[in-house]
Structures are given as structure tokens and as C-alpha cells.
Design a protein around this ligand. Structure first.
Ligand code: AMP
Length: 378
């Protein structure tokens, strides 16, 4: 057990690391961050920030020597770095969980091997394989890079009109891809599951997620789905966490099809954007739960205190200067989180806010109103 007072190391210095760090510090842990870019969101709240390349062995040794347990806040960390770190300190979720989830091919093969519902897919490594795969899967479908894809980056949707496979493959410029059937979904859902090394597991309330331009825009909690679908979504997430032997968090993104079937889209073994609401609206946040599980402490209650809607604040909101935060905060049931990023670029996640209310409908209505307010005012 890694008890409060010890030191947690985190690979990655973004907002997920920052919020995990805040939860850890609240509990009395020290937080050390390893992140290539200086002045990172997690660095601001850390006891120590190391800015070095993930390939820098000396910097890695120095980082590892001063921590008791290690985790990460994003998946694209080189395998050699992870293996090296895991030889010296406990790493959670494990390197094998990360290996499966950091690559779409391996993730899909895991879902297939474990009979977890997923969209039909084929692995593609050439123009010829792409043509054969489209013939097999049918259109519409979506071509996704096997490595380094997120928020819709490295994805092309293909329709029946797209027949120049040579051009598509050349444009795609990745050595390997997954071609996936396009799912006609009613809703997108996610379930975050926490698991500790004793195999104790629990889920957070199911979130209903609305994306705009492939980026999460709103999370509505609890999701507006039946009890039966809720149970099924939770059961699938628990099954996945158990089968992967996760210690820490795993976020499971799902589609609810028009026929009422759940299909798993993606896995992320870390805190997740669709779980940010838990920071304000659950007895234990996803960030605290991550700390508890990687430190092998008992898990906290994930009870939802009140229905709520989380809105992502993108860099676009700065188009005419700093948004009017004071106006947003006039509603005492709004919670604002800004990540301390220096540059507001369009599409960049700069922060989020959460609107709580006894009535989910009221929270949703207010959230949409406030989103318009901060995107339209300087
Ligand atoms: P991903 O990077 O796989 O999470 O995809 C980003 C977003 O693209 C998802 O949240 C969906 O809105 C959409 N998307 C991805 N794959 C599919 C699919 N097979 N069918 C329908 N929509 C998809």
C-alpha cells in the first residue's frame, strides 16, 4: 500500500495529470510530473516537474528514483520508457494494459477475443487491403490509424462514392489502420470503472456524451437511458476491467445503437474527459479514485450527488479575448475549471464547467445557455 505522504509519479503533464495531482495532494501525497513540454498544466500543481524527452534515460532514472508509484495520464508513451519505468517502480495500470489500449488494432483484437460487442473491423496495411476491407465491411465506414489517434484525429469516413483507394491510402499516410463499420448510433455513452489490486471494482454513473467535430462537447449525467441499458453498460465496463486486470481506472466509450444494442468503441486506461463531472458531482471523483486504486487503498463511493452537465471549454472561446468568467459564475451551481494553458488555440481543451441541478433538464438547459454566453462574449 502506498500511503498518503508518499510520492506519486505521473507521465504526462496535461489536464488529466493536473486534476489527478490536485486529488493526490488533497490526500497528502507528493506529486512528481514527467512531461517533455515546459510550463504544463500538471506542473503548476506539482511538487516537482521534470521536462525531458521520454527517451532521456538519465532524466527517467532521476524521476523514478524519487517516486514510490507510477501512473500516466495519456497513452502515447513509448513502450521502452514504460518497460524501463515498470522494472523499477510499481506502474498502474500495468504496461500490458497500456500496450493493449494504446493501439487500435490490439484494442479491437482484445474486444474480439473476449466476445465484447464491437463494430466489425478489418486491419489494413496497403491500398489493396483497403479495397478488400471496404468490400467486406461495406460503406459507410471509417478508417482509423492504429497508433496515435485521438479526438477523431487520423480518421477518414468513407462513403460509397469513395473508390480511389490508392489516393485515400496515400493521403492517410499511416503504415497500419483499422477499417471499421460506421455505427448508426442513438447515443454515445461512457463508463469509467475503477479497480484495485484486490480485484475490488466499481463504476461511475454512466455519462451520455455529445461530440462536436469529434471533440467531446457535453457530458450529461446520469445518461438518459433505461435502467436495463445502464446495467448492461456498467456490466460491460466491469467485465473489461476484470479481463484486462486493470489496477487504476479504465474508461470505456460506447455507442448505443438505434436497435438498443451497446457497442464498445474505445478504451482508455486513465481518467477520462467524460468523467470530469465527478470532480464536483460525486462523493469520490475519478481522479481521487485513480489515486486510491493505484495506491492500493480502499475505493471511495461513486455516488452521484446531483444530476449535472459538463461542458468542455475550447480555445475557440477566446476568439475575442478572455471569456466573461464572472458572468458564468453568477450561477452558484456552476463549477469552473481552467487548466492554466498559456495559449488558447481553436479546438484545444482549455477548461470545463459543470452545472448541477436537481433537475437534469434544467442543468442541460442552463449548460447550453452558458456555453453560448462564454463563446459569444469577450
Ligand atoms: P474515436 O477517436 O474512435 O473515439 O472517434 C471519435 C468520434 O468519432 C466518436 O466519439 C464518434 O462520434 C465518431 N465515431 C468513431 N467511430 C465511429 C463509428 N464506427 N461509427 C460511428 N461514429 C464513429
Amino acid at each position: 500500500m502506498i500511503t498518503p505522504g508518499k510520492t506519486i509519479g505521473i507521465f504526462g503533464g496535461g489536464q488529466l495529470g493536473r486534476m489527478t495531482g490536485i486529488a493526490a495532494r488533497k490526500m497528502g501525497y507528493s506529486v512528481h510530473i514527467f512531461e517533455p513540454a515546459a510550463n504544463c498544466p500538471a506542473g503548476h500543481i506539482a511538487d516537482r516537474e521534470i521536462n525531458a524527452s521520454y527517451e532521456d534515460k538519465e532524466a527517467l532514472k532521476d524521476f523514478i528514483q524519487q517516486i514510490d508509484v507510477l501512473t500516466y495520464e495519456f497513452e502515447n508513451i513509448p513502450s521502452a520508457t514504460i518497460e524501463f519505468a515498470a522494472e523499477h517502480r510499481p506502474l498502474h495500470p500495468s504496461s500490458s494494459v497500456l500496450f493493449t489500449c494504446q493501439n487500435r488494432e490490439r484494442e479491437k483484437l482484445f474486444l474480439r477475443a473476449n466476445n465484447i460487442p464491437h463494430a466489425d473491423f478489418e486491419i489494413v496495411t496497403s491500398e489493396e487491403e483497403l479495397e478488400a476491407a471496404v468490400g467486406k465491411i461495406g460503406t459507410p465506414c471509417v478508417l482509423k490509424t492504429a497508433d496515435f489517434g485521438y479526438d477523431g484525429k487520423g480518421q477518414i469516413k468513407l462513403s460509397s462514392e469513395d473508390k480511389d483507394f490508392g489516393k485515400i491510402w496515400a493521403q492517410f499516410s499511416a503504415p497500419k489502420a483499422v477499417l471499421e463499420k460506421w455505427v448508426q448510433f442513438d447515443l454515445e455513452l461512457s463508463v469509467i470503472c475503477a479497480r484495485n489490486s484486490k480485484g475490488e471494482q466499481c463504476t461511475f454513473p454512466v455519462s451520455e456524451n455529445i461530440h462536436t467535430n469529434h471533440i467531446l462537447d457535453l457530458s450529461i449525467v446520469p445518461a438518459r437511458i433505461s435502467e436495463h441499458v445502464t446495467k448492461e453498460a456498467e456490466t460491460l465496463a466491469l467485465q473489461i476491467a476484470n479481463q484486462l486486470d486493470v489496477v487504476g481506472l479504465i474508461a470505456v466509450e460506447m455507442f448505443l445503437t438505434k436497435e438498443g444494442k451497446i457497442i464498445v468503441n474505445e478504451l482508455a486506461p486513465r481518467p477520462h474527459n467524460s468523467g470530469h463531472y465527478s470532480f464536483d458531482a460525486c462523493v469520490t471523483s475519478q481522479f481521487e479514485q485513480h489515486v486510491r486504486s493505484v495506491c492500493d487503498l480502499p475505493l471511495g463511493s461513486t455516488e452521484l450527488l446531483e444530476p449535472n452537465v459538463m461542458v468542455n471549454i475550447l480555445g475557440d472561446a477566446w476568439h475575442a479575448g478572455e471569456p466573461d468568467w464572472a458572468k458564468l459564475l453568477e450561477d452558484p451551481k456552476v463549477k469552473l475549471h481552467l487548466y492554466g494553458k498559456a495559449q488558447a488555440r481553436p479546438g484545444r481543451k482549455m477548461g470545463h464547467f459543470c452545472v448541477m441541478d436537481k433537475s437534469l433538464e434544467t442543468a442541460l438547459h442552463k449548460a447550453q445557455q452558458y456555453r453560448n454566453l462564454i463563446t459569444s462574449t469577450p
